[in-house]
Design a protein around this ligand. Structure first.
Ligand code: FAD
Ligand code: MG
Ligand code: MG
Ligand code: MG
Ligand code: MG
Length: 551
């Protein structure tokens, strides 16, 4: 942080206008934030806007609470209840933050500028394009839907990523019923119209399938009694199971529940083509088959946005799925640029790459060997820099480093162990297996936004020393610990007032009690009291009157 800060002093000075009276205080550094999703909004809500000149740029002037989007598709929750205007959020910060509703279409890291284009009309000067310069850039533009270039997907499938998508799905579900009930159709046509296909058995696809099943069985069946026995819901998943990111017990429970509910699971199938009324898929042996459908929702994965792909090319990060950052969330080799949330992946240093340095760091007496005491003294610092060490000890139920050494060296007595570099290497050989990419979730994005804001808030107090060097030797001098993700658990709503919850420490709960936990967690996570009240009243309305089926 300070490294980039130091280099920027000259830049900021050069920019002060000589005509205005020279003020005592140096001008505030400009922080430009791209995106108003989970990562960007959390950053903005937490950054100290009295320290920086903060500008937020996003084509969307609101924050959307995405975990409730599947509920919007069936009218369980109204779209208005899950969005919060970004201007309201920044007004709470005392009005020092500016917001521009525009899309950034090019990042110019050499001149520290971003090129933007408004999406509010075309008869503007210079096509509505403008330039914004920055000292620090926080990229939080999220990801886009990935169709894997499957033909026909963009034309014929719905996505479930934005609030508008959820609204379109809701309309389309109800339209399907209205169409299927029309007088002149034959049975086959009615069946086809009421065949709902979901591509992708991840959390979003599964939750949508469950919501749709509830909507149909609890509300629509009463209103369309003549056609409700023709409805079919199918989930097509490429992998062997649905919800593979969850514990096996949860994915098994979900599969069984779906079968009982009559939701067809087609695991092991890859969709290869979509036309206006058939979906063609391929099994593992490349045998093709096809089904006719009425409505399809594609939720099979996310990919990088074009602006991120362009930027990665510019900074020689081509051929990646997301922008690579270090553990301080700084974009590699790019001064003053940070990336958080779904558009980025944090690459963690491997212990084995730095093993010599770690060894030297721990070997305080320069004896060329490490005693248990030396290792233990250095362990805390090592774990801060390389969280995988701690994770490894935990997941192998080892209480300390001695256990690890014992496991590698066989029989050793506690105090007399001394390790040379080779033995030290052996002991730590497997710890890097705990390095995992963070998932593309709101939880990760929000924690990164929060972490980065706290770094920015303390940046001023930091000395001129480079922060976050990649060397363990300099650990003691870090002001900021590297970002560390804390997994708080994960829910999978499965319909029928049942939810599967997987909480830290391998704690699993499935059923009605976790549904109540889900309600309370999602109510408490709302960004404002207004949306919280709206969401709770939507849930109450649904309990009493059912979902609305008009559109
Ligand atoms: P986003 O929230 O997608 O925000 C990106 C922002 O950048 C948007 O404001 C967008 O308008 C803006 N933007 C886009 N392009 C540009 C540009 N060129 N210039 C400027 N701004 C731009 N996660 C969970 O942890 N739990 C859940 O239960 C959960 N459920 C989900 C359900 C659904 C239906 C979906 C779609 C996602 C769900 N997620 C969930 C994932 C979660 O929503 C994402 O991981 C999270 O939104 C990522 O945050 P982000 O800020 O990186 O991106
Ligand atoms: Mg964001
Ligand atoms: Mg979001
Ligand atoms: Mg990420
Ligand atoms: Mg020694």
């Amino acid at each position: 942080f300070a490294a980039s800060g130091g280099a920027l002093v000259a830049y900021a000075d050069a920019r002060t206008d000589p005509a205005t009276e020279p003020s005592q205080a140096a001008p505030k550094k400009k922080v430009v934030v791209l995106g108003t999703g989970w990562a960007g909004t959390t950053f903005v809500r937490n950054v100290d806007s009295s320290l920086y000149d903060v500008q937020v740029i996003s084509p969307r002037n609101y924050f959307a609470f995405t975990p409730l989007l599947p509920s919007v598709t069936c009218g369980t929750v109204e779209p208005r209840s899950i969005v919060e205007p970004i201007r309201k959020i920044i007004r709470k910060k005392g009005g020092e933050i500016k917001f521009w509703e525009a899309e950034c279409f090019n990042i110019d890291p050499d001149n520290k500028k971003v090129h933007c284009r408004t999406n509010t009309g075309t008869n503007l000067e210079r096509n509505g394009e403008f330039l914004v310069d920055y000292d620090y850039l926080v990229i939080a533009v999220g990801a886009r839907v990935n169709t894997f270039n499957t033909p026909g997907v963009v034309q014929h499938c719905h996505f479930l990523k934005e609030v508008e998508d959820a609204q379109k799905i809701r309309k389309s579900v109800i339209d399907s019923f209205e169409r299927a009930i029309l007088p002149d159709l034959d049975e086959e046509e009615r069946k086809r119209t009421l065949h709902f296909v979901i591509v992708g058995g991840g959390p979003t696809g599964v939750e949508f399938a469950a919501e749709l099943h509830d909507f149909i069985s609890e509300d629509l069946a009463k209103l369309y009694p003549t056609v409700c026995n023709l409805v079919k819901i199918s989930v097509i998943e490429h992998g062997g199971h649905i919800l593979t990111m969850f514990d096996k017990r949860i994915s098994k429970f979900a599969e069984e529940k779906f079968r009982r509910d009559g939701i067809e699971l087609r695991t092991g199938y890859r969709v290869v083509k979509v036309s206006d009324n058939t979906i063609t898929m391929e099994d593992k042996l490349h045998v093709e088959s096809s089904v006719s459908y009425g409505m399809a929702v594609w939720s099979a994965g996310v990919g990088a946005r074009p602006i991120i792909l362009d930027f990665m090319k510019q900074i020689a990060q081509g051929n990646r799925r997301a922008l690579a950052t270090d553990e301080w969330l700084r974009v590699r080799e790019c001064d003053g640029v940070y990336a958080i949330g779904d558009c980025a992946t944090m690459s963690q240093r491997k212990v084995m790459e730095d093993i010599l340095e770690i060894f030297k760091f721990a070997d305080k007496d320069n004896s060329g060997t490490l005693t248990v005491k030396e290792i233990n003294d250095a362990l805390e610092d090592i774990c801060i820099r390389y969280p995988q060490v701690e994770l490894y000890l935990k997941s192998n139920q080892m209480s300390n480093i001695v256990d690890l050494i014992k496991a590698s060296k066989g029989d050793v007595r506690k105090e007399s162990v001394e390790l040379d570099i080779e033995e030290f290497k052996n002991a730590l050989a497997d710890v890097d297996s705990e390095v995992k990419n963070l998932p593309a979730t709101a939880q990760v994005a929000a924690q990164q936004g929060n972490y980065l804001a706290s770094c920015f808030n303390r940046m001023k107090h930091c000395d001129k020393k480079p922060e976050g060097p990649l060397r363990i030797r300099e650990l003691g001098r870090h002001r900021f610990r590297p970002f560390r993700y804390k997994h708080l658990g994960q829910f999978a709503p499965l319909g029928g007032e049942q939810t599967a919850a997987q909480l830290p420490g391998d704690w699993i709960s499935i059923g009605h009690s976790s549904q109540w936990l889900w309600y309370s967690v999602y109510a408490s996570k709302q960004v404002s009291w207004r949306t919280r009240a709206l969401v709770i009243s939507d849930w109450t309305r649904r309990f009493i009157h059912g979902r609305d089926s008009s559109c």
